[in-house]
Design a protein around this ligand. Sequence first.
Ligand code: ADP
Length: 493
Amino acid sequence: MNLNSRLAAGFVAIALILAGPLSFAVWSLFHLKGDSVELRDRDFGGSIALGKLRDGLRDVRHQELALLFSKDTTSRNAMDVQIKRVAALADSLKTFDLKDFARDIGASIREVASAAPAEYKAALAGDTTRADSISSRVFVPALTRADSTVLNAERSLQLRAAELVDSQTSKITQTTTASIIALVLALLIAGSISFWLTRSISGPIDDLESGMSSVAGGYLEYDLKIPNDRTDEFGRLAVSFREMTRQLMELDKLKAEFVSVASHELKTPINVIVGYLQLLDEGVYGPLTPKQTEIHKTVANQAQTLSRLVKQLLDVSRFEAGGGRLEPRQIRLDRLLKELESAFHVLALQREIVFKVDEAPGLPTEVYWDLDRINEVLGNLLSNAFKFTPRGGEVDLTISPDGSNVRVSVRDTGAGIPPEQVPRIFEKFFMADNQSAARAAGSGLGLAIAKGIVEAHRGSISCESMLGAGTTFSITLPPRVPRHSQRVVGVVG
Ligand code: ADP
């Protein structure tokens, strides 16, 4: 599934999951609305109709009393109108689902209506005794029956309304609980989907980002976790990334091979020049004039510098062409120090420089480094120290523990480096403005190579210097470098 369809599927799933509780809430509200409408139309409507009926029955009784008192047609007509009104109201009760009550009230009112004409007649004829008798025998009992049935109906209606409200309240509670549970579940599922979506996108992005920054830092062998057979955009990016690093490594190798071949080709003519210069110096071609001797010395110096430069280039380029891999092996630290001490002992005597080697306690007996490369680094730092230190000066080689790492420092009391140039000291071909203090011409490559080798061991190198007072180079290395460690980067090219 590609990125777009995965995102779309994720969002649709989240929308559907959230729509569930929402639809349930809407459905429940719809039902509650039905119950409320029923309450309004049936129970409240019925209650109002019963209230009006009760007032109407009272009015009928008032009209009857007025008729018995005044015995005129106006009172009779008013009473008749009132009886018809209550009869109509009693009829309307059927619509409020008050079946038995509506039937009993209707019967009582019909009784009232059927007794009314005889009572009108007796009252208008002035037959008070008969009118009173009809009233007390039929009319008033029927009215009283109707009135008490209305009261009972009202009570029953109140009871029914209370039951309906109770059932609505419990339905609302159930709906609220169910909606909350559904919402929490939906949020949990939506959260899991979002988490899965984010992980499935951020994982490969992080992997690619690490890969890119490794390449930017010069390490081309970063192993992407994204499989090549992944079919989405990340899979295609991984394929491109692997192809890019493969081509870069190829280019690097080609470049190193080119430098290697070029420096090898340069070696022969330089050796010929150096050889002839030596023969000239030995007088094989006859004695040299003082001027020629001076010129010979300058040319010989330059030829030596060129020869050293070509040798360094050749070393490094061979190393890089071979993949720049380190070949770490077990090294006894005391043996390494002893060999360095004896290698530089003679030089120290010749130059009348005090050379001290110091081993601090707490060091591991053995370390796991590429011996040749580390010898190259330390040899370069010590050669520089001897090169820039005048007669009577000091050079110290100190090795000490630095946390779980090993720290090696080369200190001299030589010329020092101008402070503004210290940060550039590890750049390729950079040489500080202190060459007048140097015993021999340099190439500016030694420290760049040293830095590459130290970093390939996953270590670091630093320099502290004070102009005219001396310089200290320190390297910090982990005691064990993985067998096929990082390649030495960016030394040549
Ligand atoms: P090279 O020694 O061949 O010139 P390096 O890369 O080893 O090349 O050193 C670069 C420059 O750093 C040197 O030319 C010198 O200016 C400065 N440098 C290195 N080591 C020392 C030191 N111990 N004292 C003073 N300057 C130094």
